[in-house]
Design a protein around this ligand. Structure first.
Ligand code: IMP
Ligand code: MG
Length: 172
């Protein structure tokens, strides 16, 4: 039987998001902020984060496939670009659920940069450190962990558990 070990409660997530949103609102005041959410995992985080921002913001989504149903990165990332907004002169903040090896975000950041925004930074619900393979820097993290496979609050394992309101370590 799969075991779910609590990592972050709903209240802790909410508190961390408020702190993060305050930092982002300060850093992007008088800029042209666009949040680009990475589907599917980031949609829960993005929807809570954007409602805590106190500055104007535009929202876009991009869909990627890298993981399949395994728990390790395949290293091959397909970008299904759906970006209709003109990003020129915009300050893009990529919003991702979790950064593990960093391969996904490194590839995605390069793609976004090719659309010529003014700046590109990275915001992640979870910054997972142990398996990082690239020098991809997470500028804003809601929570940092060493390792383990996490689920809930948008994070899935084989498409399950996204609907859990808190974050758990999944032990199979
Ligand atoms: P990376 O390319 O290795 O950084 O993998 C990033 C992607 O793998 C994330 O966007 C997630 O979709 C998935 N992923 C990595 N670790 C986890 C985890 O602990 N739980 C759920 N998904 C994960
Ligand atoms: Mg993801």
């Amino acid at each position: 039987m799969a075991e779910l070990i609590p990592v972050l409660t709903e209240t802790e997530i909410e508190q961390n998001i408020h702190v993060l949103a305050r930092r982002i609102s300060d850093d992007y005041r008088n800029k042209n902020l666009v949040l680009i959410g990475v589907l599917k995992g980031a949609f829960v985080f993005l929807s809570d984060l954007m409602r805590c921002l106190t500055i104007p913001v535009e929202i876009e989504f991009i869909r990627l496939s890298s993981y399949g149903i395994s728990d390790t990165s395949s290293g091959r990332i397909d970008i299904h670009d759906n970006i209709l907004l003109d990003l020129k002169d915009k300050d893009v903040l990529i919003v991702e659920d979790i950064v593990d090896t960093g391969l996904t975000l490194t590839t995605l950041a390069e793609h976004i940069k090719s659309l010529q925004p003014k700046s590109v930074k990275i915001c992640a619900l979870i910054d997972k450190l142990e398996r990082r393979k690239t020098d991809c820097k997470v500028d804003y993290a809601c929570h940092t962990v060493e390792g383990g496979f996490l689920v809930g609050y948008g994070l899935d394992y084989a498409e399950k558990y996204r609907n859990l309101p808190a974050i758990y370590h999944l032990k199979l």
